[in-house]
Design a protein around this ligand. Sequence first.
Ligand code: APR
Length: 244
Amino acid sequence: MLSPDIKNEISQKIIASRQIAILTGAGISAESGIPTFRGNGGHWKNFRAEELATPDAFRRDPKLVWEWYEMRRSICKKSLPNPGHIAIAELEKQNSSKKFHLFTQNVDGLHRQAGSKKLTELHGNIFTGRCTKCNHIEENLDTPLSTLPPPCPQCSSPMRPHILWFGETYDPKMLENSIEFLRNSDLILIIGTSGQVTVPVYLAQEAIQAGAFSVEINPEESTLTSSVDISLRGKSGEILPQII
Ligand code: APR
């Protein structure tokens, strides 16, 4: 249980804030049954992600890459938002009159399912495909897919997962808008990320350096722990509902 003082301090900061940013990582989906990549219990070690989540891997063997994503998509499809996702969607509703934005590194779609609307999926979405030829974006791809790779409904060329792969660059406009928002936020909640990926960490640091009050929720320390105002050791599905 959170101490009343901590709960009160964070609640007061939320009430007083005029622009709220939230950054989430795989940890917020752990209680939905989706394994994280690193940290305790992370499944990244078993995955050959660096060999699979890359443009080269897709060029070499698109079917193998899609088979890997089909396995991950089936896990995500069976997963439901947990109290942490729901609390964040509730926080957005409670602060509808303020500037509020959620930046997630997760591709599992659980924030959308929980009702979050003001959302940027920094690394894409596992249920969305993108045509390798005409760049058509197809949301809510069937799971499981009948053909691998799935053909683009517009031009029949093979589609790829609409996910940011190792070695690829973030959409410049999205990045510019994200940095702008973070620089103008006066409160940032950092939830369930180990802080190992450069751009999301940079976004969080931009808010902190601009003077935002920062709160982290993570059972373990992360690379951001030493930078934040309050770092809560615990599960987001248990802590967030107490705050919200
Ligand atoms: N509540 C909150 N945090 C949790 C929970 C939980 N119930 N369970 C685990 N965590 C924390 C872990 O302690 C760890 O610090 O979640 C964090 C997950 O870290 P990672 O597995 O590294 O995931 P993430 O930080 O999101 O990785 C960022 O790396 O591989 C790329 O693109 C991939 O988006 C991913 C990015």
